[in-house]
Design a protein. Structure first.
Ligand code: ZN
Ligand code: ZN
Length: 144
């Protein structure tokens, strides 16, 4: 839990927290001293502290804090960092996979073209075989 000074809106340093005796509102020491010099009222609820000495106005506060929030945040930060690394890896893998898929398509197309060429060559070969047989037949007729 962060304790915020309602005057400067910053987090109150651990040894700087004071509470106004009349109302209990908490500020940091520097801010409230500054405020009370200008106006002897609580900056939050306007309760009058006039007529009391400074010792009677302010109560020093010493909070016992634990840093469990900070711990959780650090754990989450660590998790997020790990997750982004994983995401990056996945992203790279996806990119590689895409490149491979593209290559696969290209190879498949080339294979298809080669098959067509082979079929064409087969046809040509068959035609040539027929031509050759005819020519042989012709030759044997002429010589016979
Ligand atoms: Zn302050
Ligand atoms: Zn107050």
């Amino acid at each position: 839990m962060k304790i915020i000074c309602s005057i400067c809106l910053a987090e109150i340093a651990r040894n700087e927290a004071v509470s106004l005796a009349v109302c209990g509102h908490v500020f940091d020491l520097t801010c409230i001293l500054h405020c009370l010099q200008v106006n002897k009222r609580c900056p939050l609820c306007q309760q009058d502290v006039f007529g009391t000495t400074q010792e009677q106005q302010l109560i020093r506060m010493y909070f016992s804090t634990d840093n469990s929030d900070e711990k959780t945040i650090n754990q989450l930060k660590f998790k997020i960092k790990n997750m982004s690394t994983e995401m990056q890896q996945l992203h790279n893998q996806t990119k590689e996979l895409k490149a491979l898929t593209k290559k696969h398509t290209e190879v498949k197309q080339e294979l298809e073209r080669s098959r067509e060429l082979i079929t064409l060559l087969h046809e040509k070969y068959s035609n040539l075989k027929v031509d050759f047989s005819m020519a042989k037949l012709d030759l044997s007729k002429k010589s016979g």
